[in-house]
Design a protein around this ligand. Structure first.
Ligand SMILES: NC(=O)c1ccc[n+]([C@@H]2O[C@H](COP(=O)([O-])OP(=O)(O)OC[C@H]3O[C@@H](n4cnc5c(N)ncnc54)[C@H](O)[C@@H]3O)[C@@H](O)[C@H]2O)c1
Length: 281
């Protein structure tokens, strides 16, 4: 660990996607790796330390504002925060409705709000949303505005969120909210000369996705991937390449945008061979 003040990159969610992005943007900076499971952050920090990065690992729960503020305090002890990467989240098969909304929807909104107050001049951030948000039908303009701009502490009280009873819907609304919230926050981050964008990936091969592909529902997933325009799943490195572009100087004119990166799966879901999925996904 160096003790000179330097630019700091904060990664929340130390899984495969988060690590792939961090590798591309954190060289020469201090990389803070935060995760709900401290051991996940420790393992990822060790891998990146061994690859030449300067890191520190912390436990953080993005569904708690207090925990996010502690993360910011830790990161600022190394220097000024130039980049935020949010690759933390829970999926529909991992958690109940309330936890998905608390982590994926509310937690991401608080993260954007708090980092938007302290992000360095010229800084940038990327939020990992999901193709799932693109499978939700169009919302009304009023609902869009509410998801984008409702004060964070009132978000989970929105009537149409309180009506959600299944985990897939909770995940889809959360990921739609991430994209809208990024648009709103881009207007605030812009006042600090900083950009913020989101990436909505399709199925990306990670240990978890591999388990799903080999598990009881694996055949359905494999069929879906084979019928998609790309004919395969994506890799964390491909998400990393796009995130690097958005966070680099090449991306300075891009803010408040969402990048759907799913090998054409969403296009096929709405208008192609994958329309059969509409009944279940
Ligand atoms: N893998 C995919 O196919 C895929 C597709 C689309 C979107 N995504 C999204 O990408 C992001 C990263 O997913 P991944 O595949 O790398 O999964 P992953 O499970 O490997 O990583 C997610 C990490 O987030 C952490 N986390 C969970 N809740 C947290 C909380 N409250 N606070 C802090 N950390 C928390 C987990 O401990 C885990 O280490 C998620 O938001 C997920 O929804 C993944």
């Amino acid at each position: 660990m160096g003790n000179k003040q330097k630019d700091v990159v904060v990664l929340v969610g130390a899984g495969s996607i988060g690590q792939a992005i961090a590798r591309r943007v954190a060289a020469g900076k201090h990389l803070v790796m935060g995760d709900l499971k401290r051991e996940n952050a420790d393992v990822a920090a060790k891998i990146l330390e061994d690859a030449g990065f300067e890191t520190s690992a912390v436990a953080v729960d993005i569904s708690s504002r207090e925990s996010i503020l502690k993360l910011i305090e830790h990161a600022q002890s190394f220097g000024s925060i130039a980049n935020l990467i949010n690759a933390a989240g829970v999926s529909p098969s991992q958690a109940p409705v309330s936890a998905i909304l608390k982590v994926d929807l509310y937690g991401t909104a608080v993260l954007l709000e708090e980092f938007g107050k302290i992000i360095a001049e010229g800084g940038s951030g990327v939020i990992i949303s999901s193709q799932s948000g693109h499978r939700l039908g169009a919302l009304s303009e009023e609902q869009n505005t509410k998801l984008a701009t409702t004060p964070t502490e009132e978000l989970l009280e929105l009537d149409f969120l309180k009506e959600i009873t299944d985990t897939l819907k909770a995940y889809q609304y959360s990921k739609r909210c991430n994209v809208l919230r990024v648009m709103y926050e881009a207007t605030r981050w812009g006042k600090r000369g900083a950009t913020i964008n989101s990436i909505s990936p399709g199925i990306i091969i990670t240990p978890l996705a591999n388990d799903e592909l080999k598990g009881p529902r694996g055949e359905g997933y494999r069929k879906m991937l084979e019928a998609s325009p790309a004919g395969r799943a994506g890799t964390p490195d491909e998400v990393g390449e796009l995130a690097e572009f958005l966070m680099s100087n090449h991306g300075r004119f891009i803010s408040g945008s969402d990048y759907l990166m799913d090998g054409g799966t969403t296009a096929s879901y709405w208008y192609g061979d994958l329309q059969y999925l509409k009944k279940t996904h």
